[in-house]
Structure formats: structure tokens, C-alpha cells
Design a protein around this ligand. Structure first.
Ligand code: SER
Length: 316
């Protein structure tokens, strides 16, 4: 039986992926770790431990002691926060990945997952239906770290046969754990403010379209990619994933259908520049062809569920 380690299990993706993987692999076989405490359902449903993945010795001990066969490495500093402390963000985003790739090679891990991002693209990239293979000249430290990470993943696969798999996630939207420090975070914050205040001040402009995806779709695609036969994986850097594309005025209009008095105002900050350097929409035929990723949630379906779930959460 596989034993899975999640690094970053308290974060936006990790807190949901841990529970989803526990359903597939059994609670006791999915080891959640983070440098901060995880949500109660993660801690209560299976093993959780505080672990700093930048500490290579602690990481290797953990992997050997628990006979880990697969690792999902989700810990990172997101785009907005990374611009505030570029060198620290670089250190955190790169060192964790390199520790893990080398460990995978040394102990012979069966599989590794590492998330990349639409942030690998930049101002010189075609912004509509951005293809899998295109210009990648990111301008943010987060994007530079993700692009370098993709190159390292492919290198470890080609040179050492490490079975590493990756997705360039669009902005991820969930009602469980907030992201924190990203450019796409507005599309989560907007729901909380719509319910609590009936208004939202957006840090992007009204027409700043970006690719986004509901978390359930992202989790399903991730598990699908990791379960695909290795022979089907033609991309060892990272797969484009399209999801849905919308701008702040479109999501605001969708929210207004449920909360008619809701008002949005715009006060763009430095993250507007970041948004302008990223694609508006993504083309993902390679992922569909290789391992058949599918999404269920469009903007109306996602909006309805987000509002219902956040209302429930806030009324507890
Ligand atoms: N959602 C991330 C961010 O905004 C992009 O990967 O930083």
C-alpha cells in the first residue's frame, strides 16, 4: 500500500487534497505535515505533524521512518507576497522542491507531485488560449521560481528517472481554506465580503480576466494525473489546465444574481500589474489528451456553491 506525505497540508490546496487522498488511500496512509497547525478535520482524520520541509534532514528522516512512497509538495509563497520579500520567497519556493527532488532520487520515491502555476507566463506570452508550449518570460519572483521549478522537475525525470508530475494551476477558488498573498485571491475574498458587507473593493481592475478553477475540479484533476499510467505522461515540466476564465465584473454580476444589493468597487494595487502579465485563458488539449482531465464547475455553478458554503461557515 502506498504511503503518502503531504507537505503544506494546512494550506489552500493541501487541506482539501489531504482529505481527498485519505478517501482513496485510507486515512492512516496519508501523512499531513506543515509548519503551521492544520484544520481540525485534517488533524482528526489521520496523521498530522509539524514538519519544516526546508530542513532536508528532518524531511528524509520522516520519509524513511514512515516508509513514504509518494510526496505532494504544496508549500509555497504566492505571487503577491513573494514580491514583498523576493529573495526569501525564492529560497522557500526553490529549496523545498530541490530537497524533495533529490530525496526522491536518493530513496527512490515512486511518485512526486509539485504544483506550478499560470505565473510561469509573462507579458510576451500570447494571452488568449495560451498553449502548452509557448513563450515563458515571467516577471514575478513567484513566476520565476515556478518556471525554474518546472525545469528542475523535467531535469530530474530525464536524468534520474524521478516520476515527478505537475500542473500549472489557474487561480484556485475554495470555501474551505483561504489562499493568502496571491493575485487571484480576490475571487475568494469577494464571496466573504459579499455575504458579510454586501460590497467588495477589488484590488484588480474590472476587466482583469484570469484563468480560474473551483477547488473540487483541481483536486480531481490532480488525483487523476497522479493515478495515470506513467507512459501517458508526455509533459514532465508541468501541464496547462484551463478551468474557467472570468474578470472581476463578471463574477460580481454572477454574485448579484444571488445578492441583488451587492456592489463592487475597484482600487487596483500592485497585483494589477501581475494580473496583466498572466494569460486571460489557457488551452489544455495536451492534458486532456494525455490523461483526460475534466472540469465540472462553471462560473454560475461555482458561485452558487461558494455562497451557500461560506454562508453556512459564517453562521456557525
Ligand atoms: N493563485 C496564484 C497566485 O495568485 C497563482 O498560482 O499567486
Amino acid at each position: 500500500m502506498d504511503k503518502i506525505l503531504i507537505i503544506g497540508a494546512s494550506g489552500q490546496i493541501g487541506s482539501e487534497l489531504t482529505l481527498a487522498l485519505r478517501k482513496v488511500y485510507g486515512n492512516e496512509n496519508v501523512f499531513a505535515t506543515d509548519i503551521k497547525q492544520a484544520p481540525a478535520d485534517v488533524v482528526e482524520s489521520g496523521p498530522f505533524q509539524i514538519l519544516d520541509a526546508l530542513n532536508d534532514k528532518a524531511l528524509i528522516h520522516f520519509v524513511i521512518r514512515n516508509k513514504i512512497t509518494q510526496v505532494y509538495h504544496l508549500a509555497a509563497v504566492l505571487s503577491g507576497n513573494a514580491e514583498k520579500l523576493p529573495l526569501q520567497a525564492w529560497e522557500i519556493n526553490m529549496k523545498g522542491l530541490l530537497n524533495l527532488l533529490d530525496l526522491a532520487k536518493e530513496v527512490g520515491l515512486k511518485k512526486v507531485f509539485w504544483p506550478s502555476s499560470i505565473a510561469v507566463f509573462g507579458r510576451t506570452t500570447p494571452r488568449v488560449n495560451t498553449p502548452q508550449l509557448t513563450v515563458t518570460e515571467p516577471n514575478t519572483v513567484y513566476g520565476i521560481s515556478k518556471l525554474a521549478g518546472e525545469r528542475w522537475c523535467e531535469y530530474y525525470f530525464n536524468r534520474y528517472g524521478v516520476d515527478v508530475r505537475s500542473i500549472r494551476y489557474p487561480g484556485l477558488i475554495s470555501h474551505k481554506t483561504e489562499a493568502g498573498g496571491g493575485t487571484t485571491d480576490y475571487a475568494v475574498e469577494i464571496f466573504y465580503d459579499a455575504i458579510k458587507e454586501k460590497k467588495y473593493e477589488c484590488f484588480l481592475k474590472e476587466d482583469a480576466a484570469l484563468p480560474m478553477m473551483f477547488m473540487d475540479d483541481a483536486i480531481n484533476c490532480t488525483i487523476q494525473l497522479m493515478e495515470a499510467d506513467a507512459s501517458k505522461i508526455s509533459i514532465r515540466s508541468s501541464y496547462n489546465l484551463g478551468g474557467i476564465s472570468f474578470d472581476p465584473k463578471e463574477i460580481a454580476a454572477e454574485i448579484k444574481k444571488h445578492i441583488p444589493e451587492f456592489e463592487i468597487t475597484y482600487k487596483p494595487d500592485f497585483r494589477q500589474q501581475i494580473a496583466e502579465s498572466w494569460p486571460k485563458s489557457i488551452e489544455d488539449t495536451v492534458a486532456r489528451k494525455d490523461w483526460g482531465c475534466e472540469y465540472v464547475y462553471d462560473l454560475p455553478k461555482m458561485t452558487k456553491l461558494m455562497l451557500e458554503e461560506i454562508k453556512k461557515k459564517l453562521s456557525k
